[in-house]
Design a protein around this ligand. Structure first.
Ligand code: SAM
Length: 516
């Protein structure tokens, strides 16, 4: 069992958080997060890439762990599991890389740039390793899984390579490295959900937390490396999810995000990969829990907790999820629904399993069921054979949906994916760049318009931190996930949910004042 450390950075001085390395500047200039006051909810927050976190020291622990995370929110959440496992093995986290006994990089493979960033970081550790030969350097996560032994051979200073399903094996692997041997475990599991490990909350605000509900992905989108690096899709026992949610509420958390590569695909029938559901007994099938049922149970179990979920995939999203959202006031009216392209030709090439029309119909029905709902998107620009017409389809779909914001990426070919094997990455870089700039510009217009729509109304806002631009202002989000800043009033504190009248907006931020 892991330990749980409460992190309430503003109320209690037990969190030491620093942006150790701001790789964001060169991490991926091709993506954009329009919200100017970003909050931790983003499932890929480029500003957090390469961030190192430390938590309060556990007495008796003498070894130092430096843990840096890259990539999606799943990786940041996995780092909390790793920290919990290693906390029980005598390691306290540190922000000083030069004093670390163990350096771990939790890595991402989603785009080539993400891998280059990690390689650059590893190169920086080379001198340090010369000075401190006993220090162990390990690579965790998707790059570890993708490159396996190559990592030990190519990056000469790496001693330890651990895939996303092998973190429980870390204590044994570390014994190997202590004995001077390289250690590797990249076995993907069909069962592992780390359900019983209580993650330590690294670098949070003590108010919002992520609760992992699924691991892996079965969707096989042709561009995506995730099924190969994170394995088959499996769901976590709902009892352990509800337990974690209740425990978070008792620890003072006010908002949770149910997390997975594809949360709508959640299916608990007693454990095991989703693909084996067909082989389950009649009893298992009859008592199975899908995502809408899980969402309903979570909303009831923690009735005052705000609830969000991420990420959804349109092919797995059901209207029951939106009906559950409409039923419970504590489920936020927001859905991140990546579409990747507005062109049917591209959707088919990407193996997205739905058409543009089906996606738009899903959005139309969702808006009927949850009238105040907001949507955000992921788009891949310049996928194999994308024509100007396909690109125009993406722009027109964006106009139809009117997303609040989005994450937009140039297509990056990933080794081993179906697209890499069977298609040509044939859109010239300058064309990708130009189309991406057009998509980003349009999203900017749409974001501004959507933010304007929130002006002149009172919004329920959870106070999540202090505004980056003005230390006398709070920042938080409304139900639709729009970031709102407003002057602090006496008596208000982090974690309060307050009524805020929004009187103005920028492209990504609402400007408001507390309703007295
Ligand atoms: N559930 C999401 C979905 O519906 O596709 C998957 C989340 S994926 C881990 C995060 C995002 O990274 C994707 O939505 C996609 O926009 C982007 N992405 C994945 N593979 C990519 C690639 N090869 N090149 C560029 N962007 C990519």
């Amino acid at each position: 069992m892991g330990i749980q450390v409460k992190l309430l950075p503003f109320c209690h001085n037990i969190l030491y958080l620093c942006k150790f390395n701001r790789f964001a500047q060169h991490f991926n200039l091709k993506s954009q997060i329009p919200n100017s006051e970003t909050v931790q909810e983003k499932y890929i927050d480029e500003t957090k890439q390469g961030e190192a976190f430390a938590i309060a020291e556990k007495t008796g622990n003498s070894k130092k762990l430096f843990l840096e995370s890259y990539g999606c929110q799943m990786n940041f959440s996995d780092s909390e599991i790793v920290a919990s496992i290693l906390n029980d093995q005598g390691y306290n986290t540190t922000l000083k890389v030069e004093e670390a006994d163990l350096i771990l990089l939790n890595t991402c493979s989603i785009r080539e740039k993400a891998e280059q960033t990690v390689r650059m970081r590893l190169a920086q550790f080379k001198n340090l390793k010369k000075e401190r030969p006993n220090m162990t350097v390990g690579v965790l996560g998707c790059m570890a899984e993708r490159l396996k032994t190559k990592f030990l051979e190519e990056e000469q200073l790496v001693d330890l390579v651990v895939g996303p399903d092998a973190y429980r094996d870390l204590p044994n692997l570390l014994k190997e490295t202590e004995d001077g041997r390289d250690a590797i475990n990249v076995i993907l599991s069909k069962e592992e959900t780390y359900a019983d490990i209580n993650p330590v909350r690294l670098g949070g605000n003590g108010v919002t937390a992520f609760v992992t509900i699924t691991r892996g992905c079965d969707n096989m989108c042709t561009f995506c490396v995730v099924p190969f690096t994170r394995g088959r899709e499996r769901s976590r026992d709902p009892h352990s999810i509800l337990e974690e949610c209740r425990s978070l509420w008792e620890s003072g958390y006010k908002e949770i995000t149910l997390l997975g590569q594809n949360v709508d695909s959640y299916l608990w029938y007693g454990g095991g990969p989703k693909k084996d559901f067909a082989k389950a007994s009649e009893m298992q099938k009859a008592t199975a829990v899908d995502f809408s049922k899980l969402l309903d149970s979570v909303a009831k179990a923690v009735p005052q907790m705000r609830i969000r979920f991420s990420t959804s995939n349109p092919q797995d999203m059901s209207l029951d999820v939106f009906r559950t959202m409409a039923k419970h006031d504590n489920i936020c009216n927001y859905c991140h629904l990546p579409v990747q392209s507005g062109s049917n030709r591209m959707l088919e090439a990407m193996n997205r399993q739905h058409t543009r029309e089906e996606y738009l119909e899903l959005i139309r029905k969702a808006k009927e069921i949850v009238p105040d709902i907001s949507f955000s998107q992921d788009m891949i620009i310049g996928f194999c054979n994308e024509t100007e017409e396909d690109h125009q389809d993406t722009l027109s779909l964006m106009r139809e949906v009117e997303y609040d914001y989005g994450y937009m990426f140039s297509y990056s070919e990933r080794p081993g994916t179906p697209a890499h094997k069977k298609m040509e990455d044939n859109i010239p870089a300058d064309v990708k760049q130009r189309r991406l700039a057009e998509v980003i510009a349009l999203q900017g217009e749409l974001s501004r318009k959507r933010m304007q729509g929130y002006v002149g109304r009172v919004h329920s806002v959870l106070i999540e931190g202090i505004s980056k631009k003005n230390k006398n202002q709070w920042k938080g989000r409304n139900s639709q996930n729009a970031v709102c800043v407003f002057d602090m009033l006496e008596g208000q504190k982090l974690g309060d949910i307050v009524d805020v009248f929004v009187f103005d907006n920028t492209q990504g931020t609402l400007l408001g004042e507390t309703v007295k």
